[in-house]
Design a protein around this ligand. Structure first.
Ligand code: DAH
Length: 343
């Protein structure tokens, strides 16, 4: 009987199979009721007692070894066939394309492109500048006094001190670069990312986007400024939009104003978006301060100009009713895919 056990052990060791059917046949041959191993168990009953211990151990070993071998073979064959199936899927070039995964433009890009195109149509060209700026372009040339609070560490991310290098706090720095490098007439808009040291919340973020506008020529007046802003409001918010200017202060413009647009949601009747005033603030503007022109080597006796600057997040919020600034930066596809049909 021991010989028979060794012979079967050898057979199990050498057994190979590529298909599940073969494994099943082998299992029936060995382990089914009438299989070789089961027959040995029957013969075992009639063995003399002194042989039972040793033969019994060997028989159990054979049975366990056979069962393990069968399980192992089954598992390897199944894994192989599932791998084959996936690679067949990829290699079938005739399968229809899955259109569900087309991305969408980011709402900030959509609105930036709309603003760009409104101004490009009336002769403005796009200019860009660096996000890491020196003190001169971000503050000094723009007439910020040495002790102006915006220069404070609390507002500005400094990269280096003495000489001061910082992440630009507004895109107005680009107007300095343009005026330094070009002769009037200048008609440009500068979209870009800006940085301020703010705690992140629904209403404030340390990164956001602005568009700066600049027009320098002979005889540019405040009426020209008002006209172009009115044109922008009609193009962007629709023909019923109205604007109003409120006196304000910026170091680089004199006079300066804040621009409000009639609330795009309630059309001026009052709602919670405009805090029941009928107006929402959308940008700052003014006539370029003669000091700024002189700082950039433009003769303020001959030339004058206007500038304006708006936050893209804010304008986007008014267009698409986004009420939390953090949504713009989290790249949550559930938010982003809502803009799949916008351009
Ligand atoms: N730079 C201003 C800011 O970041 C925005 C601004 C206001 C730009 C008035 C201008 C302007 O060009 O004339 O708050």
């Amino acid at each position: 009987m021991e010989d028979k056990i060794n012979q079967l052990l050898h057979e199990v060791e050498n057994f190979r199979a590529d298909a599940l059917e073969n494994v099943e046949e082998f299992r029936i041959k060995m382990l089914s009721k009438k299989g070789h191993i089961s027959e040995l168990f029957n013969d075992f009953k009639s063995l003399p007692v002194e042989q039972k211990k040793l033969v019994g151990q060997k028989l159990n070993q054979l049975k366990n070894f056979t069962q393990e071998k069968i399980n192992h073979l089954k598992q390897t064959i199944e894994e192989k066939s599932s791998q084959q199936k996936t690679s067949e899927n990829y290699s079938d070039l005739s399968l229809p394309v899955d259109f569900n995964h087309i991305g969408s433009r980011h709402p900030i890009s959509i609105v930036r492109n709309q603003i760009n195109s409104i101004f490009e149509k009336i002769g403005f060209v796009i200019s860009e500048g660096p996000e890491i700026e020196d003190d001169w372009h971000n503050f000094s040339a723009l007439n910020f006094a040495q002790d102006h609070p915006a220069r404070d560490m609390q507002d500005t991310f400094f990269v280096e001190k003495d000489p001061d290098i910082a992440l630009r706090t507004h895109t107005s720095s680009v107007q300095v670069r343009v005026m330094n490098n070009q002769k009037p007439p200048i008609r440009t808009i500068s979209p870009g990312r800006v940085f301020r040291n703010e705690a992140i919340s629904a209403r404030a973020h340390c990164i956001f986007h602005q568009v700066e506008g600049l027009y320098i020529d002979k005889d540019v007046s405040f009426a020209d400024l008002k006209h172009v802003l009115n044109h922008f409001a009609h193009e962007f918010f629709g023909p019923d939009a109205r604007i109003r200017l409120r006196p304000s202060y910026f170091p680089f413009t004199e006079p300066s104003a804040e621009v409000d647009v009639s609330c795009p949601f309630c059309k001026g009747d009052g709602c919670n978006i405009c805090k029941y005033s009928g107006w929402v603030e959308i940008m700052g503007c003014g006539m370029v301060d003669p000091n700024v022109l002189e700082n950039c080597n433009i003769d303020s006796q001959i030339y004058s100009g206007y500038a304006f600057g708006m936050g893209i997040e804010r304008i986007t919020m008014l267009k698409y009713l986004v009420n939390d600034l953090r949504l713009y930066f989290e790249n949550d596809v559930r938010f982003l895919k809502q803009f799949a049909n916008a351009f």
